[in-house]
Design a protein. Structure first.
Length: 146
């Protein structure tokens, strides 16, 4: 079995990545090739088996679209992607990461993310399409200081 490596996304990854997101019932509406700039892909040989994104907004960022293919689950890949995303965010000068989730609150809580009141969202995060419309208001809003 080929090793799984994590590397920056390329514009040509958009189709495979969005396919993974749709298979996991995650949003794809605001993701396009230009939007992949802050994303990391997990690759096994030539196949994309996971991904995650960081949208920087000054010293805060939005963690986006953590996904792992069914074929690559239960091997710690989600944790590797999270660690790589947080390292990438810190290198960009991000001091606090925010995220929205409808199903993975416990997963993120186990990784030191804390439930945060939506009213406490920084203006830059509150103005994102994820926060302001794409994610349902019932989504859990979480954050972590890096």
């Amino acid at each position: 079995m080929a090793e799984i490596r994590i590397e920056p996304a390329a514009p040509c990854d958009i189709g495979a990545f969005c396919g993974l997101l749709r298979a996991s019932k995650l949003l794809t509406e605001d993701i396009d090739a230009a939007h992949l700039d802050g994303f990391l892909m997990a690759r096994q040989a030539t196949e994309i088996v996971g991904g995650v994104g960081v949208e920087p907004y000054g010293d805060v960022g939005l963690l986006r679209s953590l996904v792992v293919a069914d074929s690559a689950r239960d091997r710690g890949l989600g944790g590797r992607l999270m660690a790589a995303a947080e390292e990438h965010a810190a290198a960009l000068g991000i001091r606090r990461l925010y995220l929205l989730t409808t199903t993975a609150g416990a997963y993120f809580e186990a990784r030191a993310y804390q439930i945060t009141a939506r009213a406490d969202a920084p203006a830059a995060i509150a103005s994102t399409s994820q926060f302001s419309g794409l994610c349902p208001s019932s989504s859990i809003f979480m954050s972590k200081t890096l």
